[in-house]
Each structure stands twice: as structure tokens, then as C-alpha cells.
Design a binder for this molecule. Sequence first.
Ligand code: ADE
Ligand code: ZN
Length: 335
Amino acid sequence: MKTFIEKLPKAELHLHIEGSFEPELMFKIAQRNKIDIPYNSVEEIEKAYKFDCLQDFLNIYYQGAGVLVNEQDFYDLTYSYLQKCADQNVRHTEIMFDPQTHTDRGIAFETVINGISKACDDAKIKLGVSSLLIMSYLRHLSEEDAFKTLNQSLPFKDKIKAVGLDSSEKGNPPSKFKNVFEASVKEGYVPLAHAGEEGAAEYVWEAIDLLGIKRIDHGNNSLQDEDLVKEIIKRDIALTVCPLSNTALRVVDDLKNHPLKKMMDLGLKVTVNSDDPAYFGGQVNKNYMEIQKALNLSKADLYQLAKNSFQYSLLDENIKLVYLNELEVYFNNNK
Ligand code: ADE
Ligand code: ZN
């Protein structure tokens, strides 16, 4: 199974670039920028990464992102993640970034987007990994603030495929961002959002009905509402599930109780992703391996998950077909 997963062609659809920031690189960039971080060693950092809930994690995650200043920092962060993609047979990835985490510290939008997108362009050529970008609005901030970000993004529209919604879910329902999502769609961005991670099924309803999202990030709590599950299936909306994130943030108490297989059995289209791999103990392949073991998934289940990852990506249909064909050949030769 380990080799089967390692060689399985796959896409990653739920990844925060700031959450891929490994301690070693964080130290290097902090030193380069002469910024103090409250840790003296990689061990100290790893010890601090124990979370009771989403907010607990977010506090540490925003602090880590605070050492990113120059275009080169954003480039190095992104290229380092894309190298890991290449090592894991992640053929395509859809990368979320949080502009407000940086612009609120006085970093120009341009610095962030140029660093990230140059790394993506280089990785396509040098590593053969394709990618596209999802600009995520921080839901703990106001809709007005999100509008500012939307406006800042417009000169770089050709580099951004979609908009997302992340950060503290509870108390920040999708309805708060109805207008900015409507405006984002008018600008040509595909609407996506985190929903039902810590928030209730009601938030998932809002995300699909009011924001019109094309994919749900997490979506675990959709299972609380049978009608919602039916509606998600009817609209053919996929859920980007993140097993190790769910246990790290105590959304799920134990991987053995993770609802992924139940979701698949109900007919939901799910994918496996790492969310914030530097903080949650594993890259995407580790997520596949751990959930396979915990739920005793078959090779056919893993094939289905990888198939969904290409099928529900935001790639053009003709490119999807190329990846899907590569995957099918792989599966037929390794069943
Ligand atoms: N930002 C980074 N990771 C996140 C998560 N799991 N949920 C919400 N916002 C996030
Ligand atoms: Zn996420």
C-alpha cells in the first residue's frame, strides 16, 4: 500500500501555502530578515505545535507567516512545497494563499503574488508539477477588508483562478461575505470556501446557497444533515477532506472514527489533502497512508480518491483527461 500510494498520480486541492512553512525554512528566512521568532530550535517549534482547536492553531500559523517579507521568501516557501509535490507524485496542486495575513503587515500584494506565482511557473517547467492559485479571504476580518483585497488582486487576475474563505469559522458565517463573493465571481474567480470544519451544517448550506461555491473545503459537519448531503451530491460538489488536520485540530478524535469512508459510501465526492502539512504532521501521501490504515481502504478506494482529485480540480477538461488517463494506466498496472 505504501508504494502504491507513493507512486499514485494525484492532485492536492486543499493546501495553504503559509501552512507548508517547515521549521527549518522558517528559521532560515527569519534569520535572513533579522526577525525574532519565539523559538530557539526546531524541537521547540515542534513542541509548540499542539492544538486544542482551530483558533489555537491559527494563532501560531499567523505568527509563523510573519517572517515572510520579500518576494524571494514567498518564492522559496512555494518552491519548497512544490518540490515535495514532485517527490510524492502530486501532479497538480491548487494552492491557497492568504493575502491579508501579509498586506496587514505592510507587505505589498504584488510581493506576495509575484513570489508565489514565479515559483509555480518554475515548478511547472523544472518539476513537471502544474498548479493554480486560490486567493483566500480571512473570515475573521470584515467584508469591507475582503473587498480591498479583491481590488488589490485585479491587476494580477491572470495569475489567480479562484477565491476561498478561511480562518476562524465559528461566528463568521459565509453570509458575512455574500457581496464580496458575488463581486469576485463577476471578476471571473471561481468561488470556494471552508465550511463545516468547526461550523455546523448550516454554514455549509450558506456556502452553497449564498456564495455558490463549487467545492467545499473540509465539509465534515455536512453529515449532520441528510438533506444537505443529498443536495451536495445533487449539485456534484466535492469535499476536500484533510484527515491529519482533523485529528490535529480535534475535529475528529481518532482517525479510526474519521467519516471519510462513510462520506464515500453515501456517494459524496471526496479528496484527500494535507491542509497545513508543516503543522499537522504530514504531507499529502502521509494523509493517504494514515487514513488507508485507519479505515482499511482498498486500492480501489485510493484510486477513487485520486480520480476525484483530478476530476474536481479547476483544470480545463482536456488537461484533466490527460491526468485521468495517466492515473487509469497506473491503476490498471498496479491493482
Ligand atoms: N487556514 C489555514 N488552515 C486552515 C483551516 N484548517 N481552517 C481554516 N482556516 C485555515
Ligand atoms: Zn484549510
